[in-house]
Design a protein around this ligand. Structure first.
Ligand code: GDP
Length: 172
């Protein structure tokens, strides 16, 4: 509680076409209380938003991969690692990104959520929920399935990452 909220830098990583911009636009469209009714834009694909999680405000800067993914791996406080449940290769790419993250940030317990997007496309599913969950367990990160198209579970993903960031902050 208290007035000042910390600024967290969250990065969306993932293959092309998995829905990163769709997720970012949902984030950008959020109007939280009186702080702002519009997303502040920093450059092309970075957006800042103050959201309330568990009654406490958090300022989140979302980076949609305007920088190269290598650069993003250096700069984030937390990551949403996105794949599409309709595209197995994007799932494999998410695993590779998880490995690079671990290599670049070995000393940090960087919060990561594995996000299986496009869960509305049930008939085109190539990656099961069980596989997604198992992969997250191996990679020691949280897991959620979302649908940016249906606006399903996108906010829980952002709230989850803020909760993890706070846990890490509070145990420092
Ligand atoms: P990016 O390359 O990762 O930024 O992916 P985009 O956000 O541009 O999305 C790629 C395509 O997938 C677009 O045509 C989106 O409309 C579509 N898309 C994104 N998220 C979803 C979703 O949750 N469900 C469905 N059905 N389509 C989606």
């Amino acid at each position: 509680t208290g007035g000042s909220s910390r600024r967290f830098r969250v990065v969306l990583l993932g293959a092309r076409g998995v829905g990163k911009s769709a997720i970012a636009s949902i984030f950008a469209g959020a109007a939280d209380s009186m702080d702002s009714d519009e997303c502040e834009l920093y450059g092309d694909e970075v957006c800042e938003q103050t959201i309330t999680v568990d009654g406490e405000k958090a300022t989140v800067t979302l980076d949609e991969g305007g920088l190269s993914q290598d650069q993003c791996i250096q700069t984030g406080d937390a990551y949403l690692l996105v794949y599409s449940i309709t595209d197995r290769s994007s799932f494999l790419q998410a695993s590779e990104l998880r490995i690079s993250l671990r290599q670049h940030r070995p000393a940090h317990h960087t919060p990561i959520i594995l996000v299986g997007n496009k869960c509305d496309l049930v008939r085109r599913r190539e990656v099961s929920v069980t596989e997604g969950r198992a992969c997250a367990a191996v990679f020691d990160c949280k897991f959620i399935e979302t649908s940016a198209a249906m606006q399903h579970n996108v906010w829980p993903a952002f709230h989850g990452i803020v909760q993890q960031l706070r846990l890490r902050r509070d145990t420092k």
